[in-house]
Design a protein around this ligand. Structure first.
Ligand code: NAP
Length: 270
């Protein structure tokens, strides 16, 4: 008798459009059952139908607004209870809204709820089960703005710096326990996220990547076991040098005495 191993189910947030829909397509194409999360149930149903027909996989819809605690809790419960789910793609995100000088407390919080709170809560819900079985993967979608806050207004870049830093700490905590973690830093990618800010075509064409190209590159990085994947970065050694420079500072970042340049030149008894 041939025993066909059941591949892990992949739960993807923000799967109704753009990058998340492309992830759903690619994981389903690889034979993974998928659970699709976003607010627009109709779009999710249409995608689920296409994926199940095209790739003969189970594709399920879990409609939820991840900024609404009760709805987010349904996704958290699913992640913590469903033993079939072994991969989480934390992709749902919104652009940051107005500049920091023009934003409102509610607007900045709404962005943080989706870009920061939701992925952190979903990982916290899933992790105990993955750790118990000693395998699984978490893919977090950040942005190149995590490395380039001066290129954009508002708190969006800061939310993506959180995702990068969070993923690096997560990797440190779980890598030796069988859990794969990846942070993806897309550059400008042609999706509807840009519609609110004048459309993606405001950028020069050489800066805009198509969604499929971005997700295929990110999944190649995933297959190669990368912790941080920057699909646009031509010379991957640049990221390695950046990380080496950062790590070089680590022993100096906490010391009992202040650095000489912060010592006053004026003697105390003068
Ligand atoms: N496109 C880019 O240039 C780019 C660059 C760097 C990083 N990113 C990141 O990539 C990720 C995906 O963005 P995208 O470009 O694919 O954007 P998108 O086309 O606008 O898709 C965003 C997805 O998130 C879902 N979503 C939005 N608000 C939600 C909420 N409150 N609850 C649940 N789901 C919600 C949307 O579905 P519903 O409306 O149905 O809820 C949609 O499926 C984001 O984290 C974004 O920050 C994008």
């Amino acid at each position: 008798m041939v025993v066909v191993e059941q591949l892990d189910t992949v739960l993807i947030t923000g799967a109704s459009a753009g990058i998340g829909a492309a992830y759903a397509d690619r994981f389903a194409r690889r034979g993974h059952p998928v659970v699709l999360v976003a607010r627009n149930e109709e779009r999710l149903e249409a995608l689920a139908l296409r994926l199940s027909r095209e790739y003969a996989v189970k594709a399920e819809v879990l409609a939820a607004d991840l900024t609404v605690p009760d709805e987010r809790a349904r996704v958290e419960r699913r992640l913590s209870a469903d033993d079939a789910i072994g991969v989480l793609v934390n992709n749902a995100g919104i652009e940051g809204g107005p500049a920091l000088t023009q934003t409102t407390p509610d607007a900045v919080q709404a962005m943080i709820e989706l870009n920061v709170t939701a992925p952190s809560r979903l990982v916290a819900a899933l992790l105990p089960r993955l750790l118990a079985r000693g395998r699984g993967s978490i893919i977090n979608i950040a942005s190149i703005l995590a490395l380039a806050p001066e290129l954009f207004d508002g708190a969006y870049a800061a939310s993506k710096s959180y995702v990068l830093s969070y993923t690096q700490t997560l990797h440190k905590e779980v890598a030796a326990r069988g859990i794969r973690v990846q942070c993806v830093l897309p550059g400008v990618t042609r999706t509807a996220i840009w519609n609110a800010t004048g459309g993606v075509d405001a950028f020069p064409p050489r800066m805009i990547m198509e969604v499929d190209e971005m997700v295929d590159a990110a999944l190649t990085g995933y297959d190669q076991g990368e912790l941080v994947t920057i699909p646009s970065l031509v010379d991957g050694a640049e990221w390695k040098r950046f990380e080496e420079a950062r790590r070089h500072m680590l022993p100096e970042l906490s010391r009992s005495v202040a650095a000489d340049r912060y010592k006053s030149d004026i003697p105390e008894d003068a």
